[in-house]
Ligand binder design. Structure first.
Ligand code: TV1
Ligand code: CA
Ligand code: ZN
Length: 383
């Protein structure tokens, strides 16, 4: 016997988001690995599984420059509005300001509109949560965690997460941010490093890996001491080892921090077979994080993030949408026919399986050691 376990879910999707590409027209360096089109494919799967009539599906208002300057500087937002592929070199003083020179953040066609869709969705999601119109709000076009106050970084230009958290802080005393992207959530950690009203917790590959921050010893500063949590990982972590860190650490955080709302960045580059990530989670292992937070009964925002093997990103975010709705047990493991069906061959299944590569986190007791260190740090927060 189980009671019906419903949540009011609001899902933000802008059909234009799939039309942007990070490929700068004049640079012949090959294709950029960030593909906004994966959000469009996710939406096709969500529709093919008939989930659209089980939730509120909305197209958010685009974020305005004024919305963006609640975190970013006027000068930087003004630059993003003006820059084009043709003017980028001049407006950045040969890539010494605002954008990096390494090609991670090109000035692509429609850049500002893309940012305003991504940020508009996360702001609307935050408002849906804080007005109690939704229990769970989803924006797969958000989660761009590397963007800084006055600088783009790691494929991110506008930090939609920081804008959403600032919006939640207007209503709630404490917000918990959790980041399961395989990269460190540096832009969010930095923004809230000195406050005890936002706890950030990132799980990430650490050691010779972008952006290089996220050591477990970086725990916050001043009033924020102890309110930044970092769980550095070695390559190849599997579902079981990940869960054995995620669940006790997040349980402890919920106990000591008592967040009024949770923002979960669901970066899908922590999946097995990702083009950039070096972790080894299956779709089910990744989604277990969503399932775990849903059952805590705290207002929840789900955001996207990284994920560079597009068909696996779509599979996982589609399944996580089902988890938000609580209908994952009824989902057919064979994909329903949809406009992108042939992308999913030869298996045509929903699951993203893990692989049999070695998990370096299991060498010399590392998982046990890092769990103890982080739990010990958290226990010092208790009064
Ligand atoms: C253009 C074309 C850009 C091909 C970038 C991989 C490319 C990368 C490309 C790439 C690539 C990075 C660095 C080095 C910093 C640079 C959305 C000293 C095949 C949230 C961002 C990773 C991850 C940035 C974003 C990283 C997120 N890796 N091909 N660039 N310089 N940048 O290492 O967390 O997922 O790789
Ligand atoms: Ca992370
Ligand atoms: Zn990433």
């Amino acid at each position: 016997m189980s009671l019906p376990d419903r949540r009011r879910v609001t899902y933000y999707f802008d059909p234009e988001v799939g039309g942007y590409t990070y490929d700068a027209p004049q640079k012949g360096e090959g294709r950029h690995c960030m593909k906004p089109h994966r959000i469009f494919i996710t939406h096709h799967l969500v529709r093919a599984y008939n989930m659209l009539d089980k939730m509120h599906v909305l197209r958010a208002k685009r974020a305005t420059p004024e919305d963006m300057t609640r975190f970013h500087t006027d000068e930087y937002v003004n630059f993003l509005q003006r820059v084009t592929p043709e003017t980028a070199e001049d407006l950045t003083y040969k890539y010494t300001r605002f954008l990096s020179a390494d090609g991670d953040n090109p000035a692509f066609e429609g850049l500002f509109e893309f940012c305003s869709i991504s940020a508009g969705g996360s702001l609307a999601a935050a408002r849906a949560i804080s007005s109690s119109a939704a229990d769970i709000a989803i924006n797969w076009a958000g989660g761009l965690h590397h963007a800084k106050k006055r600088e783009a970084s790691g494929f991110c230009y506008i930090n939609d997460i920081n804008l959403a958290i600032l919006e939640l802080l207007r209503t709630y005393p404490r917000v918990l941010y959790i980041d399961i992207d395989c990269h460190h959530g540096d832009g969010v950690e930095e923004a809230f490093y000195t406050t005890d009203r936002v706890m950030t917790c990132s799980f990430h590959k650490f050691g010779d890996f972008f952006p290089g921050t996220g050591d477990y010893r970086d725990t916050g500063f001043g009033k924020g001491k102890g309110y930044s949590v970092n769980v550095p990982l070695r390559e190849g972590i599997t579902d079981e080892a990940y869960k054995s860190l995620f669940e006790p650490i997040i349980s402890k955080i919920l106990e000591v921090f008592l967040p009024s709302a949770v923002v979960l960045q669901c970066g899908a580059d922590s999946l097995a077979g990702d083009k950039l990530g070096e972790l080894n989670l299956s779709m089910h292992g990744h989604a277990a994080c969503v399932q775990f937070l849903r059952k805590q009964n705290v207002p929840l925002m789900l955001l996207g993030g990284g994920g560079y093997t597009a068909k696996n990103v779509a599979r996982t975010w589609c399944y996580e949408t089902a988890c938000a709705l609580g209908i994952e047990d009824t989902i057919d493991p064979m994909l329903p026919y949809n406009a992108y069906f042939e992308w999913f061959g030869p298996r045509y299944r929903l699951e993203v399986p893990g692989t049999n590569r070695e998990d370096y986190n299991l060498r010399d007791g590392y998982v046990h050691e890092i769990r103890q260190i982080v739990l010990q740090q958290l226990s010092q927060l208790q009064p």
